[in-house]
Every structure is written in structure tokens, then in C-alpha cells.
Design a binder for this molecule. Structure first.
Ligand SMILES: Nc1ncnc2c1ncn2[C@@H]1O[C@H](COP(=O)(O)OP(=O)(O)OP(=O)(O)O)[C@@H](O)[C@H]1O
Length: 591
């Protein structure tokens, strides 16, 4: 067994033993709060650290879980367990609606929107007669489990920590899964975004929504436990102040790490109590001075330990063992076009940016088994053409057909689903995932496991096949030795090869490479050319968009030269090489 697992087991045993030991009640109460706050912060780890989405509104979701159950228990007399289901259902509905509206917002609009809904939910709770206005609801019953009342702190402790640990394990498993890899690729703050996941065939919006909903549900469960532990609810713990504090916990503990949530919750809860006692004593007046200290600490953490404190703790733990890969497992192959059939038809495509015509009248066909080169000097419109074909940019005119089906106007994930796979001019790998995990992203369309299967570990057989495929593709491009390294540690040349392996892992009908040689050193270029030559030998169909004319000459069957957004000449490499017009275009002289 992985040494890490012993660590987790030891933690579980210690936490389970605590209420049976002569630990003072004071500490049991503290630990209860750490568990409850950690659950909300865990949602923020997913949202902020993994997905790059900032939310100040998680306390409001906790409020939904708390109030739903408290209301049903106090006013209708229903069991807290029914209250839990109702709270989860309401939170799910609200999160889907809010997510639908806000997750498409970019930049600072999302955090601002979360503040807005947090405030509106707070005032709704505080002003509804049925919810007891700002006094809230009193006399909320304790949770009963197997006929045992969890009224005592030491009993509800066990439920809180069972839920907290189960949630942490479920989220850890999720992050190491098919949907989890897509989630980890979304974070724009870490160089991710929507383009790469979409090119793998995944809906970025759907995965953001999943993250958002899971985070909201975790907060709702925390709120439910809180309401039945406190035996009362009122709006104050669900306001914006707590929304900010939860975010602070996640950032302090380590927003990118599951256990960072609990580290942050423990630190903030313990520090808050201490500061609340001795700061007023020190200053001679009462007030919430701890907020100022937290603000200063947050700035210092962001400056000196932007990853939070968990990574420093993690360094003391045993290293995670490298994933074992059984290379005999296989994924189903996708159907391939017949050799010689027309794969891609680009019909007079056009794209304008305002008044600038970036691409105009570009047309060419690619047959199955062919290596087609699209070349031209800087600014000729190659990357724009590439983006028009792969669905990243909408066309201003013309048509694109893939395997006899019109694909322009489709989102890039739909084009990927039809057999087109791509790499990026500016490499888009997830730096803190291993090379193998990055390549496994490419198997997204050949696998099926979803979030629930991942959390329950029902996806292991399929994951083994996905990783076997990823390992095979890495061996195919000559990177078998580096598969367990973090992708961010590789040089640009190997990173480009990882992208090719990732694209190959989708078993594409057509592979599009966007300036694969750009920025590479001579040796790296040679290694890349060798891999492409080998792929050509294996009968793969390739569109190579390249600035470097020499690089494509020995590799391609046909070449289209572009200049100023228009096609200049199409022909065999020999014809292109012999052309005066092409030479002049490259040298920038008139012709
Ligand atoms: N998003 C955009 N908005 C405005 N203009 C753009 C945009 N993308 C590209 N262009 C312009 O379109 C033209 C073609 O650019 P494109 O990047 O397609 O050329 P390229 O041949 O790929 O060049 P390079 O080799 O430098 O990447 C350039 O004049 C560029 O400035």
C-alpha cells in the first residue's frame, strides 16, 4: 500500500479516537467547527484552487442547507434527514440557476456576482417572517442516527468528521479521474482555460458547473450539520463576512490542495479565538480586530506562499508512489477513414477582425494518410486558419467539411468528437500534473466515467485502460522515460511532444499541429521531425501549420503557402521550393 494511505489511515484513527479520550469539551467544540468550516473551504478548493473561480458566496449556500432543514424541522416537524435532502435539492436548484447565469462571466464579474447573491440571500433570510427574520429559528432538533441522538458535542463530532473525511476522500478521488483532469485544466490563473479542455472534447462550462454545484452542496451539508449542532439558525453566520473568511481559509491552507481546506480552517478557527481574547486586551477596546490581522496575513501568504501552507506540510509526508501502468490494457479504437478518401475540405474560408481581413479565400483538401503543410511568413493568417478549422474561431465566410460532414459553426469539442485532434502553438499542458496524466486527458472522448463513478472509485478499470493508452502514446513519441515527471518541469521540446502524445491518445482521424517547431532548439527540432516522420510512416493524416519552411519540406506530401491572409501557391514540396513567388514572400520582396 502507498505510504500516503497509511498517513490517511492514521489520521482517521486519531480523529475517530478523539471523542473517546479525555479531551476537554472546549477542544471538541473547536474541532467540530474546524470540520464544518473545512467542508465549506473544501468546496472553495475545488472552485478557486482547481477551477480558478472565486466565490464569496459559499456561506450563503451553507445558509440554504441550514435554513431548509431548520425550517422543516421546526415548522413542519420533519426529520433532519428529510431536511438534509430538501436542503441539498434547494441548493442544487439555486446553484444550477446561479451557475448558469454567472459562470459564463469572465474576469472579476464572477466574484462580484457571488457577492451580490450572497447579500441577497442574507437579506432574504433576515427579512422573511417565516424564517424568524434576524432572530432566526430556535428549537432546532438534534440529528438522530440509528435511534441515537447526536445532541452531545462528542456525538455530532463523529458525524461531522465522518462527513468531512468522506468528502475529502471523494474530492481527492474526483481530482484523479477523467472529469477531474478536465477540472484541473480549467484554471486560467495557472495557465489553463477553456480552449484545451474543449479541444479534448470536454465541455468547459459543464465542468465548471459541476465544480460549482459540488462546492455549493458541500457548503449546504456543512450548514445542515451546523444548524442541528447549534440547535438554532440566524442569518449572521451565512453573510458576506463568513463568505470572505471561508475564502481566506482556503487560500491560507492551500487553495489547490484538498487537505489545505482543513489546514486553513483549523488555523483560522484557532487563531481567531486567540486573537479575539488578547487583541482587545492589548488594545484596551473591544472590536473585531482579528479581521485586520487576517487581512495582513492574507497579503503575506499571497506574496510569500501563494500555494498556501499545505504544501509545506505535505513535504514532510512520504512521497506519493508513481502510478503503476499496465500497458496491456486497451481502449476501443475509433473508426478510421479509408486510405485516400477526402478527410478535410476547407472551402474558401474567410475571417475578419473588425476591418482587418486576416484570412480570405483559403481553400485546400487533405486526403487520408496525407501530410499537408500550411506555411507562410509571420502574420500570413496560418494560426487563424488553424483556429477556423478547429472551431476555436467562428468563420466570417466559407465552409469546413470533415469526413463528409460540415463542421464550421460547431464548437471545437464537437469537431474533436468527429475525429480532429490538435496541439497548441503556445503549449497548453497542466504543469502540476504528471506527463502521463496530461496525456491521459487526450483519452477523454474514448472513456465515459463521470463524477459519481470517480468519487466512488468505480472508474478504476477504465482509468487503467486510459493510462495504458497514455503510456503507449508517450512511448510512441519517445517520452516513455519521463511519464511520471511533472509536465511543468520539461523543456519546451519535450512539452511539444507531450502535446502530440495527448492528441494521439484521442485516436484521431486527423491531427493538426500548430507551429510545432516554433521556439525549439536544433536538436529538439530534429527529435520532433523524427517523431513526425515515424507517424507519417504509420499512415497518420496530419495538417502541419508551420512558419519554418525547411522543417516541412522533408515531411509533407503537399504544401499550401499563405501570404497576407490569402493562398499564394499550393503544390508538392519540390514545386514550392522551386517557386520564385514563395521565395519572394519569405524574403519579403515584391513579386
Ligand atoms: N484575435 C485577433 N484580433 C485581431 N487581429 C488578429 C487576431 N488574430 C490574428 N489577428 C491578425 O490576423 C493576421 C493573421 O494572424 P495569424 O496569427 O493568423 O498569422 P500567422 O500566419 O499564424 O502568423 P505567426 O506565424 O506570427 O503566428 C495578423 O495580422 C494578426 O495581427
Amino acid at each position: 500500500m502507498d505510504l500516503r494511505r497509511y498517513g490517511l489511515l492514521a489520521f482517521v484513527v486519531v480523529m475517530a479516537a478523539v471523542p473517546f479520550l479525555p479531551v476537554p469539551d472546549y477542544w471538541i467544540t473547536k474541532l467540530n467547527y474546524v470540520g464544518l468550516f473545512g467542508l465549506v473551504a473544501l468546496g472553495l478548493v475545488l472552485l478557486t484552487g482547481i477551477g480558478g473561480l472565486t466565490s464569496f458566496g459559499q456561506a450563503a449556500f451553507a445558509g440554504l442547507g441550514a435554513y431548509a432543514s431548520a425550517y422543516l424541522a421546526v415548522k413542519v416537524g420533519l426529520s433532519p434527514w428529510i431536511g438534509l435532502l430538501a436542503g441539498l435539492a434547494i441548493t442544487l436548484a439555486v446553484a444550477v440557476v446561479l451557475g448558469w447565469v454567472t459562470l459564463r462571466m469572465s474576469g472579476h464579474y464572477l466574484p462580484l456576482a457571488t457577492i451580490a447573491w450572497s447579500l441577497s440571500l442574507f437579506y432574504t433570510m433576515g427579512n422573511l417572517e417565516a424564517l424568524g427574520k434576524y432572530d432566526g429559528l430556535l428549537g432546532v432538533p438534534a440529528i438522530e442516527l440509528f435511534g441515537i441522538s447526536l445532541q452531545e458535542e462528542r456525538r455530532i463530532y463523529l458525524l461531522i468528521w465522518a462527513v468531512a473525511i468522506a468528502a475529502a476522500i471523494a474530492v481527492t478521488r474526483l481530482l484523479d479521474s477523467r472529469p477531474g483532469r478536465i477540472m484541473r485544466a480549467l484554471n486560467a490563473n495557472r495557465g489553463g482555460g477553456s480552449t484545451m479542455p474543449e479541444a479534448m472534447g470536454a465541455s468547459a462550462f459543464r465542468h465548471k458547473m459541476l465544480i460549482f454545484v459540488i462546492a455549493a452542496l458541500l457548503a449546504a451539508v456543512s450548514g445542515w450539520l451546523f444548524a442541528h449542532m447549534q440547535r438554532s439558525v440566524n442569518p449572521s453566520p451565512f453573510g458576506i463576512k463568513f463568505g470572505i473568511e471561508y475564502l481566506f481559509m482556503a487560500v491560507l491552507g492551500g487553495a489547490g490542495h484538498v487537505w489545505g481546506a482543513f489546514t486553513g480552517a483549523a488555523l483560522v478557527k484557532l487563531a481567531e479565538d486567540q486573537l479575539q481574547t488578547w487583541l482587545p486586551a492589548l488594545l484596551g477596546t473591544s472590536g473585531s480586530y482579528e479581521i485586520i490581522v487576517f487581512g495582513v496575513v492574507l497579503v503575506l501568504v499571497l506574496k510569500f506562499a501563494p500555494e498556501g501552507l499545505w504544501p509545506s506540510i505535505e513535504r514532510l509526508l512520504p512521497r506519493r508512489r508513481a502510478r503503476a501502468v499496465d500497458t496491456t490494457a486497451t481502449l476501443p479504437a475509433r473508426d478510421k477513414p479509408a486510405a485516400g478518401s477526402t478527410l478535410l475540405e476547407v472551402k474558401s474560408v474567410r475571417r475578419t477582425f473588425g476591418g482587418l481581413v486576416a484570412v480570405n479565400g483559403v481553400a485546400f483538401n487533405i486526403q487520408a494518410g496525407q501530410i499537408f503543410g500550411l506555411i507562410g511568413p509571420n502574420g500570413a493568417g496560418k494560426s487563424t486558419t488553424f483556429n477556423l478549422i478547429s472551431g476555436v474561431l467562428p468563420l466570417s465566410g466559407g465552409e469546413v467539411w470533415l469526413r463528409g460532414e460540415r463542421v464550421d459553426g460547431l464548437p471545437s469539442r464537437e469537431i474533436a468528437r468527429r475525429g480532429l485532434s490538435r496541439t497548441f502553438q503556445h503549449v497548453k499542458l497542466v504543469p502540476d500534473m504528471t506527463v502521463l496524466e496530461n496525456v491521459a486527458l487526450g483519452t477523454y472522448l474514448r472513456t465515459r466515467s463521470g463524477t459519481a463513478a470517480a468519487m466512488l472509485r468505480l472508474d478504476r478499470a477504465e482509468e487503467a485502460r486510459a493510462f495504458a493508452e497514455a503510456a503507449r502514446q508517450l512511448q510512441r513519441v519517445g517520452l516513455g522515460e519521463q511519464m511520471h515527471e511533472l509536465a511543468g518541469n520539461l523543456a519546451l521540446g519535450p512539452q511539444r511532444l507531450v502535446e502530440i502524445a495527448r492528441a494521439l491518445a484521442s485516436d484521431p482521424a486527423l491531427l493538426l499541429l500548430d507551429e510545432p517547431a516554433a521556439g525549439l532548439r536544433h536538436r529538439e527540432k530534429q527529435a520532433l521531425a523524427e517523431v513526425l516522420r515515424q507517424l507519417k510512416g504509420e499512415g497518420l493524416s496530419l495538417l502541419l501549420v508551420e512558419h519554418d519552411m525547411d522543417f516541412v519540406m522533408n515531411l509533407t506530401d503537399r504544401i499550401l503557402v499563405m501570404e497576407f491572409g490569402t493562398p499564394l501557391l499550393e503544390g508538392t514540396p519540390e514545386e514550392i521550393q522551386a517557386s520564385e513567388k514563395v521565395r519572394a514572400a519569405y524574403l519579403g520582396t515584391e513579386h
